[in-house]
Design a protein around this ligand. Structure first.
Ligand SMILES: *Cc1c(COP(=O)(O)O)cnc(C)c1O
Length: 368
């Protein structure tokens, strides 16, 4: 891999392929696979990732918002795209771009039927989202009769899938709760199938659901974090490869005396003769202030250099006392060592948050 000459996020498509194939190896042959590419494919690059997965014959994509689906269509993605959290104001665009809505309440169902009818659609594919315990989005189990009464009045839409989302599929202490969600989902699915008179596709498992609940894959699984290299457990992480590596360079080195301070608000005070390095990445790039004040660290060669003082908007400073390095040398934030998950843990957060936080200002480099 080439040495970084500026702040870059490297995206390793070989790692993505490995993860895709690993996750696929966990599925029955006829189970479909939906790749979640919301939030710029978890902070990497939605277009490149989606094209690559489309070539690997992924069955479906999911994004959170209509705007994200439009961007994929603009980039030439033709695979079906489920929009997990659309708003009615965007329904015309959604239909124009052949995106498929998740509908989760009476209000949004009626609004979508109105929009589809207005656009003279018949059998437009919709996905019904049910709440089985996450209490975030979704119809309730006892809404099935209402939904079927509404659907009987229109030809504008057709239910392509029924789905739900697990609240704690990675958490072994919550197995009873997860089992209960799965059972509730089965009963909802039976009721919906009976009242529709045809079987929609069923799906509930996210990445940890795929790995921990092999009997709950139903017709399709939805994987996000696993594709990007994280399995939500140390054991599973061994089988997956991180796709994104965040690197930067040393812009400047300073030698400071004991008692001198570093950065805004003089938050760090040198305890002796010390060497510091300034790195061109800050909280506007996604390394938040919670990583400052010696919580987070960067890796230079095989040495750890703690982030000192307050993280600035466009840069941060690290303590490189005792580390043999020069201006222009590469520094690593996360990748294979440490992983984004390990880096995130220094600020008491998770891989999902740090990888999706890397802002669009950081240059993406696609490694083929
Ligand atoms: C984000 C999301 C996923 C992906 O979950 P991972 O844990 O990243 O695999 C799946 N389903 C829904 C509804 C989501 O919002």
């Amino acid at each position: 891999m080439p040495k970084a000459k500026e702040t870059v996020l490297e995206i390793d498509l070989k790692a993505l392929k490995h993860n895709f194939e690993y996750l696929k190896s966990k599925l029955q042959n006829n189970t479909k696979i939906l790749a979640v590419v919301k939030a710029f494919a978890y902070g990497s690059d939605a277009n490149d990732i989606a094209h690559f997965l489309q070539n690997l014959k992924v069955d479906y994509f999911a994004v959170a918002y209509v705007k994200e689906g439009v961007a994929l269509r603009d980039a030439g993605i033709t695979t079906p795209i489920l929009v997990l959290h659309p708003q009615a104001v965007n329904f015309k665009t959604l239909i124009d771009r052949c995106l498929e809505p998740s509908l989760y309440s009476a209000k949004i169902l009626n609004e979508f039927i109105a929009a589809a009818s207005e656009a003279k659609q018949t059998h437009y594919p919709i996905h019904l989202k049910f709440n089985t315990g996450l209490n975030r989005l979704g119809f309730w189990e006892n809404d099935v009769d209402y939904i079927s009464s509404v659907l009987k009045t229109t030809q504008a839409v057709k239910v392509k899938s029924v789905f739900s989302h697990l609240a704690a599929s990675e958490d072994f202490d919550e197995q009873d709760f997860t089992r209960h969600q799965i059972e509730t989902f089965k009963s909802i699915a039976d009721n919906v199938t009976k009242s529709l008179g045809y079987p929609p596709m069923l799906h509930i498992a996210n990445t940890s659901g795929i790995l921990n609940y092999p009997d709950a894959h139903f017709d399709m699984v939805r994987t996000g974090i696993g594709l990007y290299g994280f399995g939500n457990s140390e054991e599973e992480n061994k089988h997956l490869l991180p796709v994104a590596t965040l690197k930067s360079v040393i812009s400047q080195i300073h030698l400071i005396e004991k008692g001198e301070t570093v950065g805004y608000n003089r938050a760090y005070t040198s305890s002796g003769f010390e060497k510091t390095a300034t790195i061109p990445i800050g909280h506007a790039d996604g390394i938040g202030r919670q990583y400052g004040n010696q919580k987070g660290f960067v890796t230079i060669g095989d040495k750890k250099a703690p982030i000192i003082g307050n993280v600035c908007m466009d840069m941060l400073m690290v303590n490189i006392t005792g580390i043999d390095c020069r201006e222009g040398d590469e520094v690593i934030f996360f990748g294979t060592n440490p992983t984004a998950s390990e880096f995130a843990a220094t600020a008491h957060t998770i891989s999902y948050e740090i990888i999706t936080a890397i802002s669009q200002r950081v240059k993406r480099i696609i490694l083929k």
